[in-house]
Design a protein around this ligand. Structure first.
Ligand code: C2E
Ligand code: CA
Ligand code: CA
Length: 701
């Protein structure tokens, strides 16, 4: 007896098998990710139900696609039994796939069991027809159907296991392709098994009075689709929830990261450093854990930020951070405290020299320029080192002392490192006090001017005065500019203070004039920060004009170092000053390592030789004298007159006079004087009798 196949139902069975396979793949991905055991079991059971119904109904639709020329029916109990087998097989398959590992042995056993299960389901389904006499199976095709079932199971299991992780690339298209292959394998098995079945002529179906076939087919199809799709939707929804949970936890770890790390350099921040230091201190207290704290910042970083912009500043900070990390060893902590302040916590320091070596490595590494837009930028750090437990046994003390040591390194000339010493704290405290004093100085009138006379070398007549600033503080006492100018320079207070000096100098000249004295030119010092002010000249002119003072009464001194900082700009500034009638001198000549010929570009009329060379006249004798002689000669040939600073001894004065030095300034001839004392000097000078008041200059203030 031969049956015929309904093409549409065969196609439908293939679709159901594919959908069931896809559901299985999707579920296995879900189940593998579930951390909770109970959830895993629930999904396994639900999934196995859906998938089992899918496979079983595929089988059933396949059966319905085959029409025998006799009336056919199915026994309910046996049919239900075949469904149970399908669900059992699915449960087994899903749990195999969801397992972490799937070795060849495990795969082989699982495939055999699953294949037998599927075959069992199929032949049980056949048995539900209760054919009399029974179906005779072709042994070869029967065996083939079982082999196909086992091979298809092996393929399905290993594909599903490989595709179970949701985060793979293109996982959904891959699963779709795989489920088509799996669907084909399952239907292939079914139709091979069907081909194996021979219905004997005259056989009748014992269950023919059972359920109406067409009704059954439609119900099963709709039911199966519904179950599979609902299962898929549930699985997707659950995946979305899980991915939401995952992104929340990602966000959370980002927040935790931000609280512990600096976003610009990705280095640990102050909080993390504190934690690491606390741990190191704890360990150190229990044993031999000597460690060092290297505190550093970049010299002149503020200038880079101000002049080249924050993008360049950020670039420099990142490059610095990278280099620091390279210089540190594993176990050390490199942290950014904020701004350009960085710390390296160096663990396992045996000797202070170990810490010095790290600092030296950082200084060495920073000697290489940082390239920004093909432009080299040279920045050097100053490094202060504090050692545990010698320099402190709390985080605060160690950081504070390392910071104080860093300031000492800066004072010692920048681009160096210093170990902490007890008196550095006092220095740091004093710096703070001076900062505070400077803050109030203008309002509370702490400033005053001293005037140091300059004399002509040829006849000793008074040539002029240099205005020198003093800060008279109620508790700190009389402060020398050597102590406070650099601080005022660093925090920018020098700008308003500088204008005060100009105004006060003008007023003082007027006071002397009002007292009927013949006044001299007064020289005023300008610092680098003042020179960087674009409206410097305009503001000075305004002040001078407001004080009704002529520009010929005032001149300005610019140190060689400041002048060399930006040569073209200095040249423009100097020329602008000269155009307005102010004379300009180069101060501290010889400390800036530039050549006189180069300085000629500024076209200044006066050059002040630094005290260092004047000292050399006594100390190095021959050689020292030769240098000063050369400077004076060259300056004269370039049309400049020369002032020697810091003349303290008679022999210096005599040598300078012999070398035809134009003007002399120094304690030997006159210390910085109060306005009244300088007034007295002017009085002696103003009679016009030409008697030089040199050697008996008034007592210093
Ligand atoms: P400077 O321009 O080189 O001023 C000369 C300094 O040398 C003065 O120190 C002066 O008192 C000192 N001096 C003069 N003769 C002798 C001597 O024979 N031997 C020795 N050992 N020193 C001598 P002072 O007044 O402490 O000023 C220090 C520096 O502070 C000045 O060096 C100048 O650069 C700066 N400064 C002073 N007043 C001002 C100011 O109003 N504005 C600015 N921007 N800087 C100022
Ligand atoms: Ca000066
Ligand atoms: Ca000087």
């Amino acid at each position: 007896m031969h049956g015929t196949y309904n093409f549409w139902l065969v196609a439908l069975s293939l679709v159901v098998a594919t959908l069931a396979s896809y559901t299985a793949l999707d579920l296995s991905g879900r189940i593998a990710q579930l951390p909770n055991r109970r959830q895993r079991h629930a999904w396994l059971a639900g999934g196995a139900g859906a998938m089992g119904i899918g496979i079983w109904s595929m089988h059933f639709i396949g059966v319905l696609a085959f029409t025998l020329p006799i009336a056919v029916g199915y026994d309910f109990t046996i049919t239900a039994g075949s469904l149970l087998i399908a669900i059992g097989v699915s449960y087994f398959a899903l749990s195999v796939i969801a397992h972490d590992t799937l070795g060849p042995k495990r795969l082989a056993c699982a495939a055999v069991l699953m294949g037998l299960g599927i075959a069992g389901m199929h032949y049980t389904g056949d048995a539900a027809m209760q054919m009399q006499p029974g179906i005779v199976y072709d042994p070869a095709l029967f065996a083939a159907s079982i082999v196909i079932a086992i091979v298809a199971s092996a393929a399905a299991l290993s594909i599903a296991h490989k595709l179970r992780a949701d985060e793979q690339e293109n996982v959904h298209p891959k699963r779709m392709a795989a489920s088509v292959v799996m669907g084909l394998a399952i239907t292939g098995m079914h139709y091979t098994a069907n081909a194996a079945a021979n219905y004997l002529p005259g056989a009748i179906c014992g269950a023919a009075n059972g359920v109406d076939l067409r009704w059954l087919g439609t119900t099963i199809s709709i039911f199966t689709f519904a179950i599979l799709i609902v299962t898929l939707m549930l699985s997707r929804f659950d995946a979305r929830t899980a991915s939401l949970v995952q992104s929340v936890s990602q966000l959370n770890s980002r927040i935790v990261y931000m609280a512990a790390f600096d976003s610009l350099t990705e280095l640990p921040n102050r909080r993390t450093l504190t934690e690491h230091m606390e741990r190191a201190i704890e360990l150190g207290k229990h044993g031999k854990g000597l460690f060092a704290v290297l505190f550093m910042d970049l010299d002149g970083f503020k200038t880079i930020n101000d002049s080249l912009g924050h993008t360049v500043g950020d670039h420099v900070l990142r490059a610095f951070a990278r280099r620091l990390t390279e210089c540190a060893s594993t176990g050390d902590t490199v942290a950014r405290l904020g701004g350009d302040e960085f710390v390296i916590l160096v663990r396992h320091v045996g000797l202070p020299d170990d810490a010095r070596r790290v600092a030296q490595a950082v200084l060495e590494r920073m000697r290489e320029p940082i390239w920004i837009d093909e432009r080299p930028l040279q920045v050097a750090p100053s490094i202060g080192i504090a050692l545990f437990p010698r320099d402190g046994d709390t985080v605060e003390a160690l950081l504070k002392n390392a910071d104080a040591a860093m300031y000492a390194a800066k004072r010692a000339g920048r681009g160096t490192c210093r170990f902490f010493e007890a008196d550095m704290n006092e220095a740091a405290t004093r710096t703070l006090q001076i900062q505070q004093a400077l803050h109030e100085a203008l309002d509370k009138k702490y400033f005053s001017l001293r005037f140091q006379p300059k004399f002509y070398g040829r006849d000793g007549a008074l040539a002029g005065a240099e205005a020198l600033l003093r800060l008279n503080h109620p508790t700190l006492g009389l402060l020398s500019p050597a102590e406070f100018i650099s601080i005022a320079e660093r925090n920018g207070q020098i700008v308003p203070i500088g204008y005060w000096v100009v105004r006060e100098a003008c007023r003082q000249i007027r006071r002397w004039q009002a007292a009927g004295l013949k006044t001299t030119k007064v020289a005023i010092n300008l610092s680098p920060r003042q020179l960087a002010q674009p409206d410097l000249l305009a503001t000075i002119q305004e002040i001078v004009r407001a004080e009704r003072m002529g520009p010929e009464r005032i001149m300005f001194e610019i140190t060689e170092t400041a002048a060399m900082h930006d040569v073209r700009r200095t040249a423009d500034t100097v020329h602008a000053f000269q155009k307005c009638g102010f004379e300009v001198a180069i101060d501290d000549f010889g400390t800036g390592y530039s050549s006189l010929a180069y300085l000629q570009r500024f076209r200044v009329r006066q050059l002040k030789i630094d005290r260092f060379f004047v000292d050399g006249l006594d100390a190095n004798d021959e050689e020292g004298t030769a240098i000063v002689a050369a400077i004076i000669k060259l300056a004269h040939s370039l049309g400049m007159n020369v002032v020697a600073e810091g003349v303290e001894t008679v022999s210096q004065r005599e040598k300078l006079e012999a070398l035809r030095c134009d003007q002399l300034q120094g304690y030997l001839l006159g210390e910085p004087l109060t306005p009244d004392a300088f007034g007295a000097l002017l009085r002696g000078n103003g009679d016009g009798d030409g008697a030089p008041p040199l050697r008996g200059a008034p007592a210093p203030a």
